[in-house]
Ligand binder design. Structure first.
Ligand code: SAH
Length: 421
């Protein structure tokens, strides 16, 4: 079902049935300005006397009753008749609500409430498979709207501000409450490519959204330009949320943006987010530490820092922005003493519906990743903990099939080992 609000002013609506359910809806349709006709052998007290403007045919429903009608509501108390009415409406291309079996109709009346708020009247409409639950949820939402009107985009009186907000790894459910509060009070949202874009749908339509996402191969908005943008909007008195992927301070240039705000005299807050370095391995079922297997982990980008890292497979490496140099990194790790068998997982687009996990031993991961067309963004996890994830066993079995070029492994081990020696 697709939720839609429709204008019923002067629209001919047919209500089949004269019981209490039909009566409630007849009153609602009337309140919306519809031209209502009731067809029912008898009427319950709620329809007596007949409300002004309603026409009544005191008999069972007949096909002609649907002529010229744009919406039908059936609540006869007899499921057979209700089903028949839905069928007749369907043949004529008329939307029909079946009150006795909502799933059988072609339209549904949600649990509704109109709530006055400081910014105008708000209609709450909730539908779910369980009507009782829908009513509960409607009541909860309308209650919150009535009692906490300040939750609605409070505009800060003292002018512009900037919040550098960590948006987590891409799933809007992983935003912090502070992030949501600030997002919903912002005038401007400046968003990165890897931040959770779906949350933008929940913002007021008049919020200015600026996408500065770096798409590989396309021009990104340069950092100094981003700094200028956020400062400029704050100086103009606007609340700016700078929504970043993961955590602002993990390889995210968060401090550069904070310093730019401070230098420009702009009030700035930093809100931590769930870093992909932690969330993405977890989403693939890989704990970065586990008692008896790994006591620590290191987050790195390229392979420059590798010589300084513990080489034993019990120390977990989490590599960000590392897909392009995966072959070099693997070679380097082996040259510096990591076992060629050390398990590796590459988790692409973690925490999103498109998440994909590729696994292989260190010596073979570059070949397998290339065969599977692995792309950024991905988090690479290197260490014994990878074996704990659900993809390891099946992935390992697939390696031989995927890694057609069996020389690949030798290349990695041979040539580059010589080069590094
Ligand atoms: N501040 C971010 C990291 C920015 S660097 C954070 O804390 O998560 C960008 C890198 O993060 C990407 O190249 C990739 O390695 C990683 N990354 C971010 N989101 C990701 C996701 N949903 N899936 C896989 N990798 C992700």
């Amino acid at each position: 079902m697709f939720s839609l609000a429709v204008d019923l002013t002067d629209v001919p609506v047919l209500a089949v049935g004269g019981g209490p359910v039909s009566a409630r809806r007849v009153h609602a349709f009337l309140a919306a300005g519809a031209a209502v006709t009731v067809v029912a052998p008898t009427l319950c007290p709620a329809l007596q006397p007949l409300p002004l403007g309603v026409r009544w045919h005191a008999r069972g429903v007949a096909p002609e009753d649907l002529d010229g009608v744009r919406l039908v509501h059936t609540a006869t108390g007899d499921p057979e008749i209700d089903r028949k009415v839905v069928e007749m409406a369907g043949e004529r291309g008329i939307w029909c609500v079946n009150a006795s079996a909502s799933a059988e109709g072609t339209a549904v009346v949600p649990a509704r409430a109109s709530v006055p708020t400081p910014t105008g009247e708000v209609t709450v409409a909730v539908s779910s498979a369980d009507p009782v639950r829908s009513v509960e949820i409607r009541n909860r939402i309308s209650h919150d709207l009535r009692t906490e009107p300040t939750g609605l985009r409070p505009r800060r009186p003292h002018g512009g501000w900037v919040a550098l907000v960590g948006g987590g790894p891409g799933d809007a459910e992983l935003l912090t409450s502070r992030a949501l509060t600030l997002l919903h009070s912002a005038d401007v949202v400046v968003i990165d490519r890897l931040a959770p874009h779906s949350v933008l749908q929940t913002l007021d339509p008049d919020v200015l959204v600026i996408d500065v996402g770096k798409v590989p191969g396309r021009h990104a908005v340069p950092q100094h330009e981003i700094n200028r943008l956020i400062v400029e909007h704050a100086h103009a008195g606007r609340g700016v949320v700078r929504l970043k992927g993961g955590d602002p301070y993990v390889l995210g240039r968060g401090e550069e943006e904070r310093l730019a705000c401070v230098a420009a005299g702009v009030e700035v807050e930093v809100v931590p987010g769930i870093s992909s370095a932690l969330a993405v391995p977890a989403a693939a079922g890989i704990p970065v530490t586990h008692r008896g297997i790994s006591r620590g982990f290191t987050v790195v980008t390229g392979h420059d820092q590798i010589p300084q890292l513990p080489a034993d497979t019990g120390h977990t490496l989490v590599i960000l922005m590392g897909v392009a140099q995966l072959r070099d990194t693997a070679t380097r790790l082996i040259a510096l003493g990591r076992s060629a068998d050390c398990p590796v997982a590459v988790v692409e687009r973690g925490c999103t519906p498109q998440q994909r996990v590729t696994v292989a031993p260190l010596a073979r991961i570059a070949g397998v990743a290339a065969a599977r067309g692995v792309e950024s963004p991905a988090v690479i996890v290197v260490g014994d903990v990878v074996r704990l994830g659900p993809d390891w066993a099946a992935g390992l079995a697939q390696c031989d099939e995927l890694d057609h070029d069996r020389h690949d492994e030798l290349d990695v081990l041979g040539i580059d080992l010589k080069a590094s020696a």
